[in-house]
Design a protein around this ligand. Sequence first.
Ligand code: SAM
Length: 352
Amino acid sequence: MSFAFGFTDEDLNDVDIHDTKVEPTSKGKIESALETFNVLPEHQPRIHCLSSILQTLEGVRLTFDNYITAGGHIVYRRELYDVKHQIMMEEKDVSSKLSELLIERNDADVQSNVYEGGFKSWECSFDVVDAIHAVTEKSGLLNSSILELGCGTALPSCYIIKRKFEERDHRSMSLLVSDFNFEVLRLVTIPNIMINWASTLAVEELHRLTTDEVNSRFENNEVFITKELIQEFEKQLQLYNVQIVPVSGSWGREFNQLVGQYKIDFIISSETIYSPDTLPVVAESIKNILENAGTTHGQALIAAKNIYFGVGGSVVDFLTYLNSIKNSHFEIEVKEIADSSLRRSLITIEYK
Ligand SMILES: C[S@@+](CC[C@H](N)C(=O)[O-])C[C@H]1O[C@@H](n2cnc3c(N)ncnc32)[C@H](O)[C@@H]1O
């Protein structure tokens, strides 16, 4: 995998490999996927309180690594083995299915309707980081209402947070991070956001906030989450007018209604169109959320591998579906990324 910097096989997804015939998603008239998509009661979407999640992290030492994208941008991410370690230490709190998957079977690949791959960073999320960098250079992304749909390790959101605090940008921003599994939000999404924020602090300040007499270890690749660090994080979020909103549960109509109150004008989604069952839901949700936000200019950045061999989703199917439901307010641009044998695309959707 020539695109990867510092990945282990375990950390990267490997959904590819055996060749299958990809059936077109839509045949004839397309039924609204949002109407027919069935969400089980236990997968109903929910907004969580950031403070409550942060409290569960107090006293946890996060081990992370830094990654450099093809465009040369740094982003930090919690190590997967460190996540597993936390799960083992507090097993009673984690859904037993997830624990069984990650610890006993040592398998962090997608298990449909149980776990959708959020603990690992997928390759296209690095492409999105580069794309976000370009957008932030060009226009004011940092004062948007942003949704990262199917965020997992949320590297694009982490990069946004890192940029915002590095730039000392005080314009108001809402950042919704959504994942199928609450435990992904708690164990990787929010820790990653916190690590990336912490990277913007002066070293002396970080040292002061993350050590005490009992916990005096201070390493380059660790952040010890203290009460003081959490307080400072929340204080700075307020100071910089940032609202972080974790959303768990399944996509669908209820999800769109729930996030709709935040008037989302920027959607990011990396590697979420791999399944023919949910690919139409992603397409319709993007259209639905942007149309209902009451914005004069909405945008979405969707990154994906061109074909998900053995799974069935593809960029062509996604575009076919999107083109069949979109109206004249939407413009779609596709950029192919062919810097390795794994062909990927970045789809920009403009709503005006
Ligand atoms: C393959 S992972 C990609 C994670 C991350 N965006 C990345 O690129 O590293 C797919 C993501 O989509 C989300 N997802 C998949 N199906 C979903 C569904 N039906 N409802 C909500 N989220 C879903 C998962 O939670 C997961 O985070």
